[in-house]
Structures are given as C-alpha cells and as structure tokens.
Design a binder for this molecule. Structure first.
Ligand code: GDP
Length: 138
C-alpha cells in the first residue's frame, strides 16, 4: 500500500470540477484518507513548490496556486503514486491520454486542474506539508 498527495487546483475548484475529480477517484481503486479545502498564501505555495524555484514558471505557478481555494487530499492504494498520475495524465493536457483528468478538463499547461506527487519522497514531504497524523484516517 502506498499514499500520495492530490490537489484540485484553483482552476478545478473555480470551474466546479471538485465532484468530477472525486468521482474519478472513487471509481478507481484509490481510497481518500484525508481531504480539506484551503487557500494558500504565496509563501505557502512557494514552500510547497520549492523544488521548482529555479524554473522560469515558478512565479506564475505560485501566483496561480494562490489565486483561489484548492482541495488537498491524501489517497491510498497499491502503487497509488503511479496510479493517480495515470488518472491525471501528462502535465501538458495536449499530450495527455484520452480519458485522463487533464485531457478532459485542463485548459492550459499551468492550469491543469490537478496535482499528484511524483515519488515516494515527494509524497512524504507533500502529505506532511498539509496534514498532521490526526487528520489522516486509517
Ligand atoms: P506535474 O508533476 O505533472 O504537475 O508537472 P511539474 O512538476 O513538471 O510541474 C508542476 C506544475 O507546474 C504543473 O502541474 C503545471 O501547473 C506547472 N507547469 C509545468 N510546466 C510548465 C510550463 O512550461 N509553463 C507553465 N506556465 N507552467 C508549467
């Protein structure tokens, strides 16, 4: 069993896609162990995306991620990290496979509706960034 962090980004919340994303999660073998809505400050978003601080899109990405509320979740399942990244699809929705969340809902390489951890190390950091142990069920 593995755990991963999922975020429904501000574009997804603003466009009424929370239910659509959660429906796909609940139709998969991934289980939701924790969930809350938050509105990040710029320093909080910068801390979350610290690995990207040298990338040219860092400022734009952290502005976008603080432009409205997001829904953060902890998901659990076998190979949860890879399974959820498959459900999300490629970063650039134009390259994402048919039937993935990003292919179906994203409008832009940045406004791509969802985030998912990309390794066990980043999952551990990201889950700990938003949740304490009492908030994760199971
Ligand atoms: P992910 O793991 O698929 O989310 O992709 P990355 O870790 O490479 O990038 C993190 C996030 O930065 C992506 O989900 C996008 O929201 C954003 N992003 C990635 N590449 C670009 C880019 O070339 N331009 C802009 N503006 N944003 C990007």
């Amino acid at each position: 069993m593995e755990r991963t962090l999922s975020i429904i980004k501000p574009d997804g919340v603003n466009r009424g896609l929370i239910g659509g994303v959660i429906k796909r999660l609940e139709s998969s073998s991934l289980k939701i162990l924790a969930m809350k809505m938050i509105w990040m400050t710029k320093p909080q978003a910068e801390g979350f995306y610290a690995v990207h601080k040298e990338r040219p899109f860092f400022d734009s990405l952290t502005d976008f991620m603080t432009s409205g509320p997001v829904v953060v979740m902890v998901l659990e399942g076998e190979n949860a990290i890879e399974k959820y990244r498959k459900l999300m699809g490629a970063t650039d929705y134009k390259e994402a496979e048919e039937g993935t969340i990003r292919r179906d809902f994203a409008t832009d390489i940045e406004k791509n509706v969802v985030h998912g951890s990309d390794s066990p190390e980043s999952a551990a950091f990201e889950m700990g960034y938003f949740f304490n142990s009492f908030e994760i069920v199971g």
